[in-house]
Ligand binder design. Structure first.
Ligand code: SF4
Ligand code: SF4
Ligand code: SF4
Length: 408
């Protein structure tokens, strides 16, 4: 069977047990196990619930296919897969790795590959659709205050057609309008609300439930690596596929269009909130936010793209004074300047910030401007160089290209 880049399928696992135990046909787990068995990868990154909890997971590098277990769709955890790959598997320099990634993880890997921090040729990225994730603490609060249930009773959560749907261990299904929840301050992480990449087309395979039928998964083949893996898995009878019917393709496109519309709504809100302020007020707003900074370095340490061995934020580098709290304004500006062009909007920095500084709003605003000027979208195409290290003389003449405070 020929499998080509751009092909669209509905697929499901041949193994009955995997099919039954999985939410959407078991394609992801079957492909990962298959890649290890067939020696197409040396190691897989497995995701496991910690002590069975939906609110905490562990990442493990495994070479035994049986250690990869179905965990279902988890919306209340955001493991940093790209960071794990770079830090614990040496960026796949000497090992072939297969992993499952949300779109923002896949984008981070592409940005790291551009900086020679990940050997992307050695990585098979199985991308899974993502409509947003929740901070565990916020989700638990919402479950209690809005849904009136104990969070431990939730066995699955889904975001579908603008609704958040929770299923509970006693067989109940509860749903609420997501926009309404988010206007009230509940719901997804703020970066997720603004996210424009629900389908991981930058991965090797993009797998999701949009457009799928009968517990199957919708599969888009996005690279030759993805095509090769899928082809072999089909030939060996590990995965069954059928060409995606026209109505499935249309349904997926329509859901994508609506997700994008929702993201743009939240993007506009972020920008309008800042643009309402005069320039001095905006400066005061950000200064007061960063006045709360306790220099814990959580934002830097959790960011998949902050990898410098000799970080400029360390006091010994001489830019930020030791023992000074809050740190000088240079502190956030330096970090943001370092990652602004390549920020993939993963939200790890904001999750790590115990002072709840809205870091991703600032990054989004700066990044939008960079996107507008350089037509560069972080993490989407391996062949495009990050603009702040490859700026041309012509681009430097575009008004506002210096990203003066007025654009933040
Ligand atoms: S930013 Fe949020 S919605 Fe977008 S891919 Fe990442 S986790 Fe999913
Ligand atoms: S700066 Fe924050 S949102 Fe951007 S890539 Fe780093 S952790 Fe993710
Ligand atoms: S995580 Fe928050 S408090 Fe910690 S250094 Fe970063 S901005 Fe400051």
């Amino acid at each position: 069977m020929l499998v080509n880049v751009g092909d669209l399928y509905l697929g499901w696992a041949a193994d009955k047990e995997i099919f039954e135990k999985s939410d959407h046909g078991g394609v992801v787990i079957s492909l990962m196990r298959f890649a290890l068995r067939e020696r197409m990868a040396d190691v897989a990154i497995s995701i496991d619930k910690k002590e069975g909890s939906r609110f905490d997971v562990m990442l493990k590098a495994v070479d035994n296919p049986d250690e990869i277990k179905p965990v279902g769709s988890l919306h209340c955890v955001t493991p940093g897969i790209a960071k794990f790959l770079r830090e614990y598997l040496d960026g796949a320099e000497n090992k072939r790795v297969i992993l499952v990634a949300k779109p923002c993880d896949a984008k981070a890997m592409i940005e790291l590959a551009k900086r020679k921090q990940v050997n992307i040729d050695n990585v098979i990225v199985i991308g899974v659709n993502c409509t947003g994730t929740f901070r565990p603490h916020d989700f638990k609060k919402m479950a209690r205050e809005v849904f009136g249930i104990e969070p431990e009773k939730v066995v699955s959560e889904e975001i579908e057609d603008g609704k958040l749907i929770l299923k509970t261990s006693d067989g109940k299904q509860l749903e609420k309008d997501l926009r309404e929840l988010e206007e009230r301050g509940y719901g997804r992480r703020e970066n997720c609300r603004r996210c424009e990449t629900p389908i991981p087309k930058m991965a090797d395979l993009a797998i999701g439930k949009w457009g799928a039928r009968d517990k199957k998964s919708f599969i888009e083949v996005c690279s030759t690596k993805g095509a090769e893996l899928l082809k072999k898995a089909i030939e060996k009878g590990v995965i069954f596929v059928e060409k995606a019917p026209e109505e499935s393709i249309k349904e997926r496109e329509e859901k994508y269009r609506r997700a994008l519309e929702e993201a743009r709504y939240w993007q506009r809100k972020t920008i309008e909130h800042l643009e309402k302020m005069k320039l001095e007020e905006r400066l005061e707003y950000w200064t007061s936010q960063f006045r709360r900074c306790i220099k814990c370095m959580g934002c830097r340490d959790s960011c998949p793209l902050c990898y410098c061995m000799e970080c400029m934020l360390e006091a010994w580098r001489g830019y930020v004074k030791a023992g000074e709290l809050p740190p000088d304004r240079l502190f956030p500006i330096m970090r943001i300047a370092h990652v602004a062009d390549s920020c993939v909007n993963c939200g790890q920095c904001e999750d790590a910030c115990m002072m709840e500084i809205p870091i991703t709003s600032l990054l989004f605003t700066v990044n939008s401007k960079i996107r507008e000027v350089f037509k560069y979208e972080a993490g989407m195409r391996l062949e495009e160089k990050p603009p702040l290290i490859s700026v041309t003389d012509k681009e430097l003449k575009i008004p506002d290209v210096e990203l003066k405070p007025g654009v933040l």
